[in-house]
Design a protein around this ligand. Structure first.
Ligand SMILES: [Fe+2]
Length: 317
């Protein structure tokens, strides 16, 4: 295997059709991040260890006796990076390391280099901010039907997964659902129906594949029977931010002020009034009350326990 570094192109086999289809249809591209030393298993193990508590989520998934899906949040303090990956490889769990560039500048530099290539290839693509995360997930893990508010790219580093992408329009995505997500920050508030799958675009992701789709496209993911390591990047463009402000203002108008908005314009006087409204909303005490609460920590990793986990008792009241 060749080893890429920051001076090597991230997209050495870029094709003109990628620029033509960007943000218009789901696309499968080739990249080189999976060969980069920053994503070797040793580098990832080092990154996991001591990752800031406030910027990762370790989630164990299971089904209760009633068939309901249960998510429990855990803590990996004290575990080695290799132990964390081994536990995920043998369990039903996922780890999301958020905003890596904020803590490790080499990842931030690589993120900037990758997006510099993209903006050079795609006329009119001009993101104003980007973040990189790493998602490590168990064999056969699933990400349920949802959509993301910023632009998203999914880069496969290790393992294989199947991604179902749906058009960002009714019945897959109603405007009101998008507005509710903008207000609540809870991206899984979408109704999924199995018959949607007949119209989904289904893409297989292997190491070296990257997936992009039109803004806000709903998607869901099934891991194959192997540990999966993926990079996720999110980006905001001026148009994305305007859409976000319009969605938030429409939700505030509908849910808080009892007025049904009919426009989804992201320019003009109506949009400017909504931009001011959502800014005022964000500064108000009501804004905090609509955001989701943090889950309590319910387990921690421990190598000498069955499944590598030990329950954490809730603090006494
Ligand atoms: Fe997503």
């Amino acid at each position: 295997m060749t080893t890429a570094n920051i001076t090597n192109p991230v997209f050495p086999s870029w094709k003109l059709e990628y620029a033509e289809g960007w943000n218009k249809r789901p696309m499968h591209l080739q990249h080189t991040l999976h060969q980069h030393p920053l994503f070797s298993l040793a580098a990832l193990a080092s990154l996991i260890k001591d990752y800031p508590r406030e910027n990762y989520a370790l989630i164990h998934t299971s089904r209760g006796g009633d068939g309901e899906r249960r998510w429990r949040e855990g803590d990996m303090a004290g575990a080695s990076g290799q132990q964390v990956m081994d536990t995920i490889a043998n369990g039903s769990m996922w780890l999301n390391l958020r905003d890596i560039g904020r803590y490790h500048s080499r990842y931030g530099d690589l993120l900037n280099a990758a997006y510099t290539e993209l903006t050079g290839h795609i006329p009119g693509f001009d993101p104003t901010s980007m973040k990189m995360g790493i998602l490590i997930s168990s064999p056969n893990a699933q990400v349920h039907y949802h959509c993301d508010l910023p632009g998203q790219l999914l880069w496969q580093i290790s393992g294989r997964k199947r991604v179902y992408v749906y058009a960002p329009q009714p019945p897959f995505l109603e405007a009101q659902a998008l507005e509710d997500i903008a207000l609540s920050g809870f991206e899984f508030k979408l109704n999924y129906r199995p018959e949607f799958d007949a119209q989904a675009q289904i893409l297989e992701l292997e190491p070296g594949d990257m997936l992009t789709w039109p803004l806000n496209s709903p998607h869901r993911i099934d891991n194959h029977d192997c540990l999966n390591i993926s990079v996720t990047t999110e980006h905001w463009t001026d148009a994305n931010r305007r859409s976000q402000k319009m969605n938030l203002a429409n939700a505030v108008l509908r849910q808080r002020l009892g007025w049904t908005p009919h426009s989804r314009a992201i320019s003009g006087p109506g949009y400017l009034a909504k931009s001011a409204l959502q800014a005022a909303w964000r500064r108000s005490p009501w804004a905090a009350s609509t955001q989701r609460a943090h889950r309590p920590i319910e387990f921690r990793l421990a190598s000498n326990e069955p499944g590598g986990m030990v329950d954490v008792m809730p603090p006494a009241k």
